[in-house]
Structure formats: C-alpha cells, structure tokens
Write a protein that binds this ligand. Structure first.
Ligand SMILES: [Zn+2]
Ligand SMILES: [Zn+2]
Length: 270
C-alpha cells in the first residue's frame, strides 16, 4: 500500500481504520461512543473543489461511514448555487452525510468577536436559503490560524464549532493541510496509537490521480479551473465564441510567455 494523496489511498486509510477497530462517529454523537472504544470523526473542509467531495462521499458511503462536509457560502472559488455544486451538496446528504457551514470570519474588517455567533447564524440562514438544506449545528472555521487564540480549545457563547476542546486537545487532531506531520493517517490507524481522532481533509488536496507531489497537483488543479473558465467564455459569450480559435491561441501564448503586443484596450473584436 503506497501512501499518497490520491483518492484511492483515502479508501485504504478508512479501510485500515475499520480493520483496526475504529468506530466512525459524527460531531453530534462522538460523546456517546463508550470509553475504550476507538473512534474517529471525519471532517471535510471544502475550499476549492467542491465537486471532488463526491469521491469522498461515495467511498465513505460504501464503507458505511458518515462524515461531515463543511462548505463556505462566499468562497472566492465556488458558490453553492452553481448547478454542479448544488447537486454535490444534495448528493452528499443523499449518501447519508452531514453538511455544515465553513465560516470565513475574515470577510468583514474589524468584526467584533462578540458578533461572531450572530454572523454564523446569519450565514447558516443563507446556506439554507441557497441549498434548501439546513446546515448542522456545528461550524468549522476557515483559516483558523488567523485567530487561533480565539478558537482553539475555546467555547464561543451561542454557537458550536469544530475546534472546541472535546474535538481538539482532548482527542488527536490530524489535518492533511500541510502534509501529514506524524506520518500518513493509515499508519496512525494501523498502530492504534490514539484512542480518538478528529480527521480533517480538504478534498482539493486529493485528486483522482495524484502526481505524487503537492505543487504538481495544485498546478494541475489551477490549469483545470483555467480550462473551465475558457470553456465557459466560449460557450456563453458570443464574441468569444466567434473568436474561439484566436482566444485559445492567445491563451497559449500568454501561458508560454510569448505575448503579442496587443494593448489592453484594443478594438473590441466583434
Ligand atoms: Zn498511508
Ligand atoms: Zn477552509
């Protein structure tokens, strides 16, 4: 079994956990797992590639595991109302998973921390209005390092969140965001070293097939989104559609660094 960040290995990680006696629980029922029973809560924070969440959701469903998926409502890179993303959220619920709000607390400058619970409540309403699905009580904060002292192991009045002590310092917290820092998760399951985990992944880190290197995988991801945007213009913008060959040629030139000398305000090519 080769350890990498390919989706195939994600399945192997969970299979190892099951084989080694871990019970998979949600944030809502971890506390009721009897002491002595090894347990793991799976959390997915969705930042860039929401449609890739389905790969995780299907694998978990296959293995009888429920996970919690947290989505942003105002991500720079996606919105929940876009048809494929809307479908993704509904499909995850259909597969038996829980969905919740991934909250970016940095959108408003100088927000007073006492406003946080209310801001989360408001965003949950937006989540529900957009998707037609009520998000779970638990919230996951995006980019927590920017306000770690406010969140890690802290109770926040009026809301529940995934960095409360019971899900952070009281158990083993493992995230894929900087690569594994204690060896691959499959090894941690295999050695049964820890009784309880919060296991956090970010679906964008796990492509269908990993190139075996984080930066190579991210370069491919960005290229994929660029191609999608190009196709979108060609499909829906009449001028781009008419000039598709030239648009694609110029994109190739820009990417290879051989720019022609068009001034930015050249005549509109109608
Ligand atoms: Zn592994
Ligand atoms: Zn995030």
């Amino acid at each position: 079994m080769a350890c990498d960040f390919g989706i195939k290995h994600y399945r192997e990680i969970l299979e190892t956990g099951l084989k080694r006696g871990y019970q998979f629980a949600g944030f809502d029922n971890l506390a009721s797992v009897p002491r002595g029973q090894k347990a793991c809560v799976i959390r997915h924070d969705v930042d860039y590639m929401p449609e890739w969440s389905i790969r995780f959701g299907k694998i978990e469903n296959d293995l009888g595991i429920r996970a919690t998926y947290f989505f942003q409502i105002c991500a720079k890179t996606y919105n929940l109302r876009e048809a494929p993303i809307y479908k993704t959220v509904h499909e995850l619920v259909r597969l038996g998973h829980t969905v919740g709000l991934h909250f970016d607390a940095t959108w408003k400058e100088n927000m007073d921390w006492s406003e946080m619970a209310e801001a989360c409540r408001e965003d949950k309403k937006v989540f529900q209005a957009i998707t037609g699905i009520e998000p779970c009580e638990m919230i996951s904060f995006h980019n927590t390092h920017r306000f770690a002292d406010r969140v890690l192991n802290q109770d926040i009045p009026g809301m529940r969140h995934a960095y409360e002590k019971a899900f952070f310092s009281d158990i083993k917290y493992i995230s894929d965001s900087q690569g594994w820092y204690e060896g691959c998760m499959c090894k941690l399951f295999d050695t049964r070293k820890y009784e309880r985990f919060q296991f956090l992944t970010h679906p964008y880190i796990w492509p269908d097939k990993s190139a075996g290197d984080f930066i190579s995988d991210i370069a491919r991801l960005i290229q994929y989104r660029c191609n999608e945007l190009t196709d979108y213009f060609v499909r829906f913008h009449p001028v781009c559609k008419k000039n598709e060959a030239r648009l694609r040629e110029e994109l190739r030139e820009l990417q290879s660094g051989k720019q022609k000398g068009h001034a930015p305000h050249d005549k509109h090519p109608v």
